[in-house]
Design a protein. Structure first.
Length: 304
């Protein structure tokens, strides 16, 4: 007789009894395999003097540390990974594992994992130090742009007495980044608009653009950007991603084994596989670039 106390919010256990259980089991196995990287959240690893990442930090030290931005991306990816595990699975004290069926929330976490790890890969994969510097400049500029926009509106409304000082501070950061771009023989990152406000002088590097460039210049699967777009739509509850199809006949006519048509835990499992594949790659290239030598290519065994 089964005396287990089944949690009231569980959809089933990881007993492999049906397709949903098997898909959930696969997700859980992959989460377990990535657990050692989750433990690195509190000890990401230092950036060694003379390493490629250290050189990037030196370039933009007057504005923002590239290594700090990328470290935060890795920490955020692992934090969302742990949140996904707690959202989807109930790990009972008796050792039994149960899964929950969530229709939309997991996709927001999976999407964020893709964004954070893809940003690290995009910034650090290029073998050319000049290209890494250009991409680092883009990331720092994006950070400054977003921070300046937030503080400008917040301080203007709630602390106007601090607004002018903060505006001067961010003006200095923008000028420092434009000077960095000039030193790298690149166009300026920011420009003054007619009304005196600042805007991008070059095209804003959106997440979509990062994923497209990453996909075209690396061995990552072409389905990456579509998985990210799908997760984004699903997490926001957009009609074109839902099971009902809402009359989108083109979508409903796709093959039954299409990655975006499986629904349920199997559909989520496919999205998780895309995101989870990026995690060890992002950590690997980060470890390569933060070490002073010998310089290795991503994919080669690391020397400790």
């Amino acid at each position: 007789m089964d005396d287990r106390q089944i949690p009231p919010d569980s959809a089933g256990s990881l007993d492999g009894s049906d397709e949903e259980s098997r898909a959930a089991e696969r997700i859980f196995e992959r989460l377990q395999a990535l657990e050692p990287l989750c433990d690195r959240r509190m000890d990401v690893g230092g950036v060694e003097n003379g390493s490629p990442l250290h050189q990037l930090d030196d370039l933009f030290s007057s504005s923002r540390s590239v290594s700090h931005l990328l470290t935060q991306s890795l920490v955020a990816a692992m934090d969302n990974l742990q949140a996904l595990r707690r959202l989807l699975f109930i790990e009972a004290p008796d050792g039994n594992i149960y899964f929950r069926t969530q229709t939309h929330a997991p996709y927001a976490l999976v999407r964020t994992i893709m964004e954070c790890t893809a940003t690290v890969l995009w910034a650090l994969l290029p073998e050319s130090s000049d290209e890494r510097a250009r991409r680092g400049l883009v990331l720092v500029s994006r950070e400054v742009f977003n921070a300046a926009a937030f503080w400008d509106s917040y301080l203007r409304e709630f602390h106007p007495e601090r607004h002018e000082v903060a505006a001067d501070y961010f003006d200095g950061l923008r000028r420092a980044l434009n000077s960095s771009a000039e030193a790298l023989r690149l166009p300026p990152m920011f420009r003054r608009k007619g009304d005196g406000s600042w805007g991008y002088a070059t095209k804003n590097r959106t997440e979509t653009a990062i994923l497209k460039e990453l996909r075209s210049s690396s061995s990552l699967p072409p389905g990456l950007i579509y998985a990210w777009q799908f997760c984004s739509g699903y997490s926001h509850g957009l009609e074109w991603t839902t099971a009902e199809r809402s009359g989108y006949d083109v979508a409903s006519s796709l093959a039954e084994d299409d990655a975006f048509q499986a629904e349920g835990m199997e559909q989520l499992r496919r999205m998780c596989d895309v995101a989870f594949d990026l995690i060890p790659q992002a950590w690997e290239v980060f470890d390569v670039r933060r070490r002073s030598g010998p310089f290795l290519n991503p994919g080669e065994p690391l020397l400790d």
